[in-house]
Design a protein. Structure first.
Length: 185
C-alpha cells in the first residue's frame, strides 16, 4: 500500500520516479489479486509493470525528444479530443463484456464482468497517464469507485480503503495537472 500511495503522490507531482513505485507495488498486487480469484486484476498487474517502463521512458524523454534538467517530467500534460473518448469508452465496455462472458463461462473468476471492466478500463487509463492525458484522472475516478466495491466483495478491505483514498487524491491530481497544463508548464 505504501508503494501504491507513493506512486500516486509522485504521479500528481509529475515525478518520473512514480513509475519505480508502480513496479514495486504491482509486483506485490499480482500475487494478491490472483489469490483473491480476481484473475483479470492479476493479469492487469503484469500490464502495469510493462507500462511503468514505458511511462518512465515517456516522462523522462518527453515522448522521444530528450530533455534534461527539468524539475518535472519532460512530457507535457494535454487533453484528449472527444473522438478519442468516443472510441475508448465504448471500446472498453465492449471488450470488458466479451471478457466477462468468457470468464463467467470458462473460469471460476469472481465477479467476472466487473473484474473485466476495471481491468480493461485501467489499461486505457494507465496508457493515458503514461502519455499525460489530463482526463486519465476522470477515468480513474470511475474505475476506482467500481474497484472499491469489487475489493470489498472479495474481503480485500485494506485495498478497498486504499482505493477510497485514491478517490480523494484523484481530485488533487486532476486539479494539479490541469493547472500545470493551463499555465503552459
Amino acid at each position: 500500500m505504501i508503494l501504491a500511495i507513493a506512486y500516486l503522490l509522485l504521479a500528481i507531482r509529475e515525478n518520473p520516479w512514480c513509475w519505480a513505485m508502480a513496479i514495486g507495488s504491482t509486483s506485490i498486487y499480482t500475487v494478491l489479486m490472483y489469490s483473491a480469484g480476481l484473475y483479470m486484476e492479476s493479469a492487469l498487474q503484469l500490464f502495469y509493470i510493462a507500462i511503468a517502463v514505458y511511462g518512465w521512458h515517456q516522462w523522462v524523454t518527453g515522448g522521444g525528444a530528450a530533455v534534461t534538467g527539468t524539475p518535472h517530467s519532460a512530457l507535457t500534460v494535454r487533453r484528449w479530443p472527444w473522438r478519442a473518448h468516443s472510441v475508448a469508452i465504448p471500446g472498453t465496455i465492449a471488450v470488458a463484456a466479451v471478457s466477462g462472458w468468457l470468464l463467467s463461462r470458462y473460469s471460476s473468476a469472481a465477479l467476472p464482468y466487473l473484474d473485466s471492466f476495471t481491468t480493461f478500463a485501467a489499461i486505457v487509463a494507465t496508457w493515458m497517464v503514461a502519455r499525460k492525458i489530463l482526463e486519465n484522472w476522470l477515468y480513474w475516478f470511475v474505475i476506482d469507485s467500481v474497484s472499491v466495491y469489487l475489493y470489498i466483495s472479495r474481503g480485500l478491505y485494506l485495498t478497498a480503503a486504499l482505493f477510497c483514498g485514491y478517490l480523494v487524491l484523484i481530485v488533487f491530481g486532476y486539479r494539479a495537472w490541469r493547472k500545470r497544463m493551463e499555465s503552459g508548464q
